[in-house]
Design a protein around this ligand. Structure first.
Ligand code: UTP
Length: 291
C-alpha cells in the first residue's frame, strides 16, 4: 500500500458568504485568535504525516503564499531580544512546516475542477484533500484518522459527520452501512439533495483521502449543482465503482465559510488559548449574565 504523503488544500473559492470581509482578503486568511485558518489546516496535515502540500489558489490570494514564506525584515526586528525569541521561532517555523506548493485555478468552476488542478503534483499517488475553509480541531488530527482508514481498507475515504435534516440539503448526503465503531462503507452519495433525495444524514465535511483514479473520473464529470464541477459527483462515481469508507471523525469542525462558523471557532479556540483563555472565560461569563 502506497503511503499517503501528499495533500491538496483547495482555497480558490470566492467566499461570497463572508463578504465584505473577503472582498480583498482570502477567507482562508481570516484569523482564529492569532493564526489564520489555513495554518490550522496545514498543521493538521503535517501532524497526520503529510510532507507535501499543494494549495490551490486564484487571483488575489497572494497573502496565503506570503504567510508560508520567510520575512527577513520581521525576523531581524524580532531577533536579539530574549522576550521575542519564542515569537521569532514561531514565525520562522511556519515556513518550514512542510513542502508547500501553489497552483492557480484560473476559473472558479467548482471544487472538483480545483482538485483536478492537482493532477501532475499528485503524480499517481493516493492523497488527502483538506477543504480550505473547514478547520477541524482535535487531539487526533482528522486527516490522520482518514489516512489510517485508507491504509486499512485500501479504498477512498470520506470524513463525515451527521448533520440536521435542514442542513443536509446544503451539503452532501451519503448511503452508508456500518463496519465497526465510527467506520462505514459508502456506496452512493448525492450533492445538495432535495428533501426527497436524502440518503442519510451523514455528510462529507471537509476531508477525504482519494486514490489517483479520481482524476480520470473528474475529467468525465459534467457540471452538477450550481453549474460547478462537483467533487462529490466524482466521488459518487468512485463509490459506486469500488466502494469508499466513511469515517465519522473526532474533533470539532468549524465552517470558516460562514459568519456563525467563524465566531464559533474564535470563541472556542480563545477559551482554550494559553495566553488569553482565563481572561476570555471571565469576560464571556460577564457578558453571558446580560443575555
Ligand atoms: P465553497 O463552495 O464553500 O467555497 O467551496 P466558496 O465558493 O468560496 O464559497 P461561497 O459559497 O462563495 O461563500 C468549498 C471549498 O472549495 C474551494 C473553496 O475555496 C473551499 O475551500 N473551491 C471552491 C475552490 O478551490 N474552487 C472552486 O471553484 C470552488
Amino acid at each position: 500500500m502506497q503511503k499517503v504523503r501528499k495533500a491538496v488544500i483547495p482555497a480558490a473559492g470566492l467566499g461570497t458568504r463572508v463578504l465584505p470581509a473577503t472582498k480583498s482578503m482570502p477567507k482562508e486568511m481570516l484569523p482564529i485568535v492569532d493564526k489564520p485558518a489555513i495554518q490550522y489546516i496545514v498543521e493538521e496535515a503535517v501532524r497526520s504525516g503529510i510532507t507535501d502540500i499543494l494549495i490551490i489558489t486564484n487571483r488575489g490570494k497572494g497573502l496565503i503564499e506570503d504567510h508560508f514564506d520567510r520575512v527577513p525584515e520581521l525576523e531581524a526586528r524580532l531577533s536579539g531580544s530574549p522576550e521575542k525569541e519564542a515569537m521569532l521561532k514561531e514565525v520562522i517555523d511556519i515556513s518550514h512546516m512542510a513542502n508547500i506548493y501553489f497552483v492557480r485555478q484560473k476559473e472558479t468552476r467548482g471544487l472538483g475542477h480545483a482538485v483536478n488542478c492537482a493532477r501532475s503534483f499528485i503524480n499517481g499517488e493516493p492523497f488527502a484533500v483538506l477543504y480550505g475553509d473547514d478547520v477541524i480541531i482535535g487531539e487526533d488530527p482528522a486527516c490522520g484518522q482518514l489516512i489510517r482508514a485508507y491504509e486499512e481498507f485500501g479504498k477512498g475515504v470520506l470524513g463525515v459527520k451527521e448533520v440536521s435534516a435542514e442542513a443536509i440539503t446544503k451539503y452532501s448526503s451519503l448511503k452508508v452501512d456500518p463496519i465497526r465503531d465510527n467506520l462505514y462503507t459508502c456506496t452512493d452519495m448525492i450533492e445538495k439533495p432535495t428533501p426527497d433525495k436524502i440518503l442519510s444524514l451523514f455528510s462529507i465535511l471537509g476531508r477525504c483521502v482519494l486514490p489517483p483514479e479520481i482524476f480520470d473520473i473528474l475529467d468525465q464529470t459534467p457540471p452538477g449543482a450550481g453549474g460547478e464541477i462537483q467533487l462529490t459527483d466524482a466521488m459518487c462515481t468512485l463509490a459506486r465503482q469500488q466502494g469508499m469508507v466513511a469515517v465519522d471523525f473526532t474533533g470539532n469542525r468549524y465552517d470558516m465559510g460562514n459568519k456563525l462558523g467563524i465566531m464559533q471557532a474564535s470563541v472556542e479556540v480563545a477559551l482554550n488559548h494559553p495566553q488569553i483563555g482565563a481572561d476570555f472565560r471571565a469576560y464571556l461569563k460577564e457578558i453571558a449574565k446580560t443575555l
